[in-house]
Design a protein around this ligand. Structure first.
Ligand code: NAD
Length: 466
């Protein structure tokens, strides 16, 4: 049975034309219209919460509480707050200028960029479709949403629900895989917002470059965790394991590998075991509050990584069991992982936790800095000097002290990568800004003419004297 109905390729240019006509007609400009669409998006999330949880259960065995907290609740809250704050975000700005410019009324208008293309991944598909969409709505743009074919139940649900809540002349869904996305990318857009892996990001960036289209890339990578020797190893272990177990480690900001002082590695592992027994007293493999790997290809990728690791698997508590039928892999801890281990090559994006022992903070910083800039750098430390060194001596999209994953709960912080982990910003006002052109204007009154005389040719001796 086909779960997801792909959009016929010949329809795609027509969909874009419809949206461009809507934008051109000014439908999306009034702030009251935008607010209504934002409230409608919040209503969609709230009214359809059960259907969303059900779809994500089918796609990823995602526990209901995880969906309600990290996706549905966040969309309701952020769409509502975006509507409430829209007047302030969209208000023209009047910069402070020298006195002789004041009469020119220098103004920065917040102009919508036009019609956007949003391409989203499968791992948190409800929020990762809705969040870029709410920014486009807030900014007064039209948008085509291209959800992931890898989470087909959720993508079909969004396709069915969107026209019931949002204006279909302004917001449409295109479904499909590479062929359909390739067709979308041939067309000219006013902004492209892509969330996904860095291999496809290169394809998207090349397509955007052809039309000089502005682009946001929200990518992933290997987010390290550094644990300072003075920190409570048990607390660090518990907070790290929680961040890793959400969605079975399939999170862009998942702790990817842990740098632990060599002398504290065993204590840290004991902390992980303790936390694991509390989270999953009967093991994770059959637990209803533990997710599955999204598909067979990712399941095989993770299995093969585990087969190739040169580090030591912790097997007394973390049995690392697999359930091929349900595509489940239990959290698997590997200690004494070294630089050349396969686990340290690509983003893991699954429930494998490699521990890399280090002998000093300098060694840990060198290890991080020898690799591409991560999406997040996590550090467990209460030492202000260590914190300052991390701020000054490393680069990453975000920097989180003493917890994992929780940064996403703060609506007021921008979320973004740097370098290989992406560029451009999102969340609330930052997403609004992404789709907004800062359009500068001045308006010089006739009465300014005497003050402008000097600029006109011919530039006689008077002008030169001045
Ligand atoms: P995916 O396979 O669903 O791909 C993402 C999108 O790209 C989909 O809509 C897909 O149809 C499209 N796509 C795939 N191949 C394509 C091609 N050849 N040409 C054009 N489009 C194509 O999801 P994924 O990339 O596996 O997602 C996981 C990645 O996303 C991880 O690297 C993760 O870290 C990253 N991610 C980043 C964020 C963030 O906000 N920074 C959030 C979630 C996930």
């Amino acid at each position: 049975m086909t779960i997801l109905k792909y959009t016929p390729i010949r329809e795609i240019p027509k969909i874009r034309e419809t949206l461009r006509a809507t934008f051109k007609a000014g439908v999306t400009r009034p702030l009251e219209w935008r607010k209504h669409q934002l409230y409608q998006l919040a209503r969609l999330a709230q009214n359809e919460a059960d259907a969303i949880c059900d779809a994500l259960n089918k796609d990823l065995s995602k526990p209901k509480l995880e969906v309600l907290m990290a996706e549905v609740g966040a969309v309701v809250e952020r769409a509502t707050k975006s509507a409430e704050q829209l007047d302030a975000w969209a208000a023209p700005e009047h910069p402070d200028v020298p006195d002789w410019h004041k009469g020119w009324k220098p103004t920065v208008h917040k102009a919508p960029r036009g019609t956007a293309l949003i391409i989203s991944p499968w791992n948190y598909p409800f929020i990762l479709n809705s969040q870029p969409l709410m920014g486009a709505i807030a900014a007064g743009c039209c948008a085509v949403l291209k959800p992931s074919e890898v989470s087909p139940h959720l993508s079909q649900l969004v396709t069915d629900l969107l026209p019931k809540y949002l204006d279909p002349s302004a917001y449409r869904v295109v479904n499909g895989a590479v062929s359909e996305t390739t067709k979308l990318l041939e067309l000219q857009w006013d902004h492209i917002f892509y969330t996904g892996n860095s291999r496809v990001a290169r394809i998207i960036a090349a397509a955007a470059a052809k039309h000089l289209t502005p682009l946001t890339l929200e990518l992933g990578g290997k987010s390290p965790v550094l644990v300072d020797s003075a920190y409570d190893m048990r607390l660090a272990a518990k907070r790290i394991l929680w961040g890793k177990c959400n969605n079975a480690g399939q999170i862009c900001v998942a702790p990817d590998y842990i740098l632990v002082p060599r002398s504290k590695q065993d204590e840290f592992v004991e902390g992980l075991k303790e936390a694991y027994k509390t989270f999953f007293p009967d093991g994770a493999i059959g637990a209803s509050h533990y997710g599955s790997i999204v598909n067979e290809s990712h399941f095989n990728r993770l299995s093969s990584l585990l087969d190739r690791t040169k580090g030591e698997r912790i097997t007394d508590v973390f049995e690392g069991r697999k359930d091929t039928a349900r595509k489940r892999i239990e959290p698997t801890v590997v200690k004494n992982v070294q630089d050349d281990d396969p686990l340290l090559e690509e983003e893991l994006f699954g429930p494998i936790l490699p521990i890399v022992p280090v002998d000093s903070l300098d060694e840990a910083l060198a290890f991080i800095n020898a690799r591409p800039h991560p999406l997040v750098l996590y550090a467990f430390t209460e030492d202000p000097n260590v914190k300052q060194r991390l701020i000054d001596e490393t680069q990453s999209g975000g920097l989180v002290f003493n917890d994992t994953f929780q940064q996403l709960a703060v609506n007021e912080l921008p979320f973004a990568g740097v370098g290989q982990s992406g560029y451009g910003y999102q969340v609330m006002k930052y997403t609004f800004d992404t789709y907004t052109q800062l359009r500068s204007s001045i308006d010089i009154p006739k009465e300014a003419e005497p003050f402008l005389q000097l600029r006109y040719p011919p530039h006689g001796p008077e002008a030169v004297k001045a």
